[in-house]
Design a protein around this ligand. Structure first.
Ligand code: FES
Length: 161
């Protein structure tokens, strides 16, 4: 691992462990970026450059992956992140209406964060709960069979937190 790393010792150890378990350094890239984001909240240019050094990749390689996947934040997200599934089963069960309702309630477009910094609304690909569509992840909790009433209750709770 290069000197002058800004990553914490604990994070470096986690990254080393990911790299050690990976077949190639390239295949460790996404798990490493996830680990950095879990620790720091989002990916800075500096943290991506550090990831590139650790993995022997170019900063452009790392940036292209980080910008391709919507799960990686390039700026600080809200305190809570809501991932609304927009894939087929959820779309057929009203995800679009749920998204419009959420945007209206939150006063943001998808991808945006409320002005109080509490909630970021994102679209997600299939969350593997098609049978209970439409669904969304609120931070790490899956919320199934969404209705406008359920969405309103959740938003109210998140705003209080
Ligand atoms: S399509 Fe939404 S959970 Fe599968």
């Amino acid at each position: 691992m290069p000197e002058n790393m800004k990553l914490t010792r604990e994070l470096k150890e986690k990254i080393d462990s990911i790299v050690a378990k990976s077949e190639t350094k390239q295949s460790a890239l996404i798990p490493v970026l996830r680990e950095i984001q879990n620790a720091e909240g989002y990916l800075t240019n500096e943290s991506m450059e550090e990831a590139a050094k650790i993995l022997g990749l170019t900063p452009a390689n790392v940036q292209s992956v980080a910008t391709f996947y919507t799960m990686f934040f390039r700026k600080e997200p809200g305190k809570h992140v809501v991932w609304l599934c927009r894939t087929l089963s959820c779309a057929l069960k009203g995800a679009e209406q749920a998204e419009h309702h959420m945007c209206e309630k939150l006063g943001v477009h998808t991808g945006g964060t409320t002005s109080d910094g509490k909630i970021t609304l994102m679209e997600a690909e299939c969350l593997a709960s098609c049978g209970t569509a439409p669904v969304m992840l609120v931070d790490d909790d899956l919320v199934e069979n969404l209705t406008k009433e359920k969405i309103d209750r959740i938003i109210e709770e998140l705003r209080k937190d």
